[in-house]
Design a protein around this ligand. Structure first.
Ligand code: ADP
Length: 270
C-alpha cells in the first residue's frame, strides 16, 4: 500500500530551518474504515433476527386463544433468541481478536488438549448429523498461545466440516509437525467450496451459498474468527477444496517446547 504522509507538527528551529513531524495516516485510515465496515455489517446482520423476534412476539400475542399456536410460535421465538445469542457472542469474539490491545494467553499448550476439547465441544453436533469424526496423526506436540482461543478455532473448522458433510460421512482431524511448525488439518468429504469463493469465505459474514448456509444456521463469522485467532498466534490458515469432493482447512502454528515442569517442591504446594 502507498504511504500517505501528513505533517502533524512544524517547529521552527532557525529562521531558515524548520522541523516537520510527519505521520503515516494510511494505516490509521485503514483501521478506521475496517471499524466502520464492521459496525455497518453487524447492524445489517442483526436486523433479520431482531425483526423475527418482534414479529413472533406479535404472533404469540394475537394467537393468545390458541395454545397450540402459541407453543409453535414460542418454540420459534426461542430458536431465534438462541441464534441472536450465538451471533452476538461471535461478534464479541471477533472484535476481541481484532483489537490488538486485547492480550491473549501466552503459554505452552498441548495440541492434543486443543483438539480433544474441540472434539468434545462438537460431539453432539456430530452425532446429530450422523458424522463420524476421526482423530489422527502425531501426539505430544505443543504450541504457544491461548488454549481457549485455539480450541475455538479448531472447533469452528470442525463445526463447518460436520455441517457441510452428508449424513454417514467421516471427518478427519489430523496433526503433524512440519519444519518447526504444527499443522492441524480438518478434512471433510462434503459439498466443497467453489474456487471463486475460496478466498472470500474468510471474510466477515460471507457465506458461499446464502440459502444453503442459512439452512445450516451459520453466522458467516466462523472462518473470520479462525483467521484472526490463528494470525494472532503468528500462524496461518490454508484451504484446499473441490466442489463435490470436500475441503481441507489447515491451521499452521509455530511449534513450541512442552511447558516447563514445576520443581517437585512447588508442585506439591500448587
Ligand atoms: P458459517 O457460519 O456460514 O458456516 P463460516 O465463516 O464458518 O460461516 O463459513 C463461511 C462460508 O464458507 C459458509 O457459509 C460456507 O458457505 C463455506 N464453508 C465453510 N466451511 C466449509 C466446508 N467445510 N465445506 C463447505 N463449505 C464451507
Amino acid at each position: 500500500t502507498e504511504l500517505r504522509l501528513v505533517a502533524v507538527r512544524a517547529t521552527r528551529i532557525t529562521p531558515r530551518l524548520s522541523l516537520l513531524v510527519m505521520r503515516d495516516i494510511t494505516e490509521h485510515e485503514r483501521v478506521e474504515q475496517m471499524r466502520r465496515d464492521f459496525v455497518a455489517n453487524t447492524s445489517h446482520e442483526l436486523k433479520t433476527p431482531v425483526g423475527a423476534v418482534s414479529l413472533l412476539a406479535e404472533a404469540i400475542d394475537s394467537a393468545a386463544d390458541d395454545p397450540d399456536q402459541v407453543r409453535v410460535f414460542a418454540a420459534r421465538l426461542s430458536a431465534e433468541a438462541a441464534r441472536l445469542g450465538q451471533l452476538s457472542a461471535r461478534i464479541m469474539d471477533l472484535s476481541r481478536l481484532q483489537s490488538a490491545d486485547q492480550l491473549l494467553d501466552q503459554r505452552a499448550v498441548s495440541v492434543d488438549e486443543i483438539v480433544a476439547s474441540a472434539l468434545e465441544a462438537h460431539a453432539i453436533q456430530a452425532d446429530a448429523g450422523e458424522v463420524h469424526v476421526v482423530r489422527g496423526g502425531e501426539r505430544g506436540l505443543h504450541v504457544q498461545g491461548d488454549p481457549q482461543v485455539l480450541s475455538d478455532a479448531v472447533g469452528n473448522l470442525l463445526a463447518n466440516a460436520i455441517a457441510y458433510s452428508p449424513r454417514g460421512a467421516s471427518v478427519g482431524v489430523g496433526v503433524k509437525e512440519v519444519d518447526g511448525a504444527v499443522e492441524i488439518a480438518v478434512t471433510d468429504r462434503g459439498i466443497g467450496i467453489a474456487e471463486a469463493d475460496q478466498e472470500r469465505v474468510f471474510e466477515r459474514f460471507y457465506r458461499a451459498d446464502q440459502a444453503r448456509s442459512r439452512r445450516t444456521g451459520g453466522t458467516g463469522l466462523g472462518l473470520s474468527i479462525v483467521k484472526h485467532a490463528v494470525q494472532r498466534h503468528g500462524g496461518e490458515v490454508r484451504l484446499w477444496s473441490q466442489p463435490g469432493n470436500g475441503s481441507t482447512f489447515t491451521i499452521r502454528l509455530p511449534l513450541s517446547g512442552p511447558p516447563e515442569e514445576l520443581p517437585a517442591s512447588k508442585r506439591r504446594k500448587a
